[in-house]
Design a binder for this molecule. Structure first.
Ligand code: NAP
Length: 524
């Protein structure tokens, strides 16, 4: 009983039914939420970590640029949470499609939404949807090997990209500009799918312009990412000195914010650069806002208007227009949380209203529903920001459990069993391991540590192939309903046929020693 878990009752707790929590989205926020749930010793909890993709790690896999291997290595740390006996990864399940939110909730006691912000903000200017105009989400998804990327569209654009304009001066814009300017030698060692390496290496890029609608003191990129642009072979970074002239308010920002001061110092170091014949020109331009994309069938340029900052730091148009030639425009103006049927996602902000991570419906706390990560606070911060964010939410959830507002209840059936019965093909931890091994094996054939498998069918084929070679374990097959026998493999890691941890009660005080659980308050 939950009441017994408040710490006043010394009765054995291992018998208590655990609270079942579904975490929707196996990216950093979801994994940090799962870690916080299973890393505490007050409330017994099991976690079903559901993702619509067959792979875990969200933006660590499909957002962090492949030429940033050290950042991507965070995957290894996050993997420890996947391996926790109280956590069950259930990939390849789209909540709202494979089963409704309402149906999901019949299988669990609480839900934490952590599915991020995979949509893109719009520029809201004419010509935005011309061919040759891509959202950064499309381009980043493609070069990371996201299964939903539209290869034909992106590769045609990359093949025609001589002059590129990247709109926005955040870290994603810098990722996009850097990846476009990289040469084959630098791309070959990454995890990018081989066709991505080949397309980028063959692209005719001569100039990349990164465009800020406000000044350099208002840019949101970070200094390390900015500085990295200057270290690429065959690339000259250019800045017009007049773009670095600051008004009084911007000067004050430089004085008050060390990040801004460092950015300005890096930019000023480039202001004296001259173009070098034969090198790619990577230019940072400020105080220009997009007015419209030009072109008939394909984008040919971007019309921009010079801006001045008003008293509130907004970029206000001066009426002075000019045109930047472009055969590719990448709109990197921020991500946006997508709707999930049954969840109140605000269209404008792309976030879910909450208090301390408790979802609000019509202003009132919705029992058993929580939110963390970008769908909670919007697309800001570094990956680690999600750790604190998720812990705030989990603290609220555990407080509710201790207060008796959340209790374990009997559920009609197990989630994986329900999914399998209705024809879904849930991908469990052992299946993910098969995908992981297949990527490492493919990489080895190309002299790389890993090559990302980029098609959903290829990812699932890796699961099926491993299942065929593993006695007693059959992976998903198309249209098979996903029915599987995986006993040998899963029992070896303490899970039953459906990947349910055999020692389900995690987090009860009696289990803390055996699971190595830590009180939630401890930073790990
Ligand atoms: P971001 O930092 O919010 O940058 C968005 C940019 O788009 C801003 O420069 C913004 O300018 C501009 N913008 C917005 N609307 C515009 C419009 N209508 N016209 C012209 N420009 C417009 O977002 P992000 O780059 O997508 O990054 C998302 C988060 O991921 C950030 O927290 C980022 O730091 C993080 N990230 C980190 C790394 C890393 O650490 N290596 C890599 C990638 C992403 P205004 O400021 O004028 O609105």
């Amino acid at each position: 009983m939950i009441d017994d878990m408040a710490g006043t009752d010394s009765a054995p707790r291992a018998a208590a039914a655990p609270l079942r929590v579904a975490v929707i989205g196996a990216g950093p926020a979801g994994l940090y939420a799962a870690e916080a749930l299973t890393g505490q010793d007050q409330v017994p909890v099991t976690v079903d970590l559901v993702d619509r993709l067959p792979t875990p790690f969200g933006l660590v896999r499909y957002g962090i640029a492949p030429d940033h291997p050290k950042l991507r290595a965070l995957r290894d740390t996050l993997h420890r949470t996947l391996e926790h006996p109280g956590v069950r990864f259930i990939g390849n399940v789209d909540v709202g499609v494979d089963l409704s939110l309402e149906e999901l909730r019949q299988h669990v006691d609480a839900v934490i939404y952590t599915y991020g912000a995979s949509g893109d903000r719009k520029l809201e200017v004419d010509g935005e949807l011309l061919r040759g105009s891509l959202a950064a989400t499309e381009f980043v998804g493609w070069y990371c090997g996201h299964p939903d990327a539209d290869r034909a569209v992106v590769e045609e654009a990359v093949a025609r990209a001589r002059s590129v304009v990247v709109v926005g001066v955040g870290n994603v814009a810098l990722d996009v500009a850097r990846v476009l300017a990289r040469g084959r030698a630098e791309l070959e060692s990454t995890e990018m799918p081989q066709h991505v390496v080949d397309a980028l290496a063959a692209s005719p890029v001569e100039e990349v312009t990164v465009l800020g609608r406000r000044g350099p003191a208002q840019a949101t990129f970070t200094t390390q990412e900015l500085r990295e642009l200057g270290g690429m072979p065959g690339v000259t970074v250019l800045v017009d000195p007049s773009d670095l002239e600051l008004d009084a308010a911007s000067e004050a920002r430089v004085g008050a914010d060390r990040l801004v001061a460092r950015n300005l110092a890096v930019l000023r170091g480039w202001a004296e650069h001259e173009p070098v014949p034969g090198e790619i020109r990577l230019t940072l331009r400020f105080h220009r806002r997009p007015v419209r994309l030009l072109g008939e069938d394909w984008v040919s340029g971007l019309e921009v208007e010079r801006t001045l900052l008003d008293g509130d730091g907004r970029g206000v148009g001066t009426g002075e227009l000019s045109t930047l030639p472009a055969d590719l425009v990448v709109r990197s103006v921020g991500y946006l949380g997508r709707p999930l049927p049954g969840l109140p996602v605000d269209e404008q902000s792309g976030t879910v209203a909450h208090t301390g991570g408790r979802v609000l419906r019509d202003g009132a706390v919705a029992p058993g529903e929580y939110v963390a990560g970008w769908i909670k606070r919007g697309p800001t911060g570094v990956v680690g920001t999600n750790k604190h964010d998720a812990r705030e939410t989990v603290t609220s959830l555990l407080d509710d459990a201790r207060a008796g507002a959340l209790r374990p209840s009997d559920h009609a059936d197990d989630l994986v069993r329900t999914l399998a019965a209705r024809g879904a093909e849930p991908v469990l931890l052992a299946d993910w391991r098969a995908i992981d091994a297949a990527e490492v094996a493919l990489g080895a054939t190309q002299g790389r540590d890993r090559t990302t498998l980029h098609e959903r069918e290829t990812l699932l084929a890796a699961v099926r192939a491993a299942a065929q070679h593993s006695p007693g374990r059959a992976g998903p097959s198309p249209g098979s309903g996903g029915t599987r026998q995986r006993s040998a493999h899963l029992q070896a890691e303490g899970r039953d046929d459906l990947g349910v941890p055999v020692h389900e009660v995690v987090g009860g005080a009696d289990d803390a020693q055996t699971t190595g659980a830590q009180p939630l308050g401890d930073e790990q």
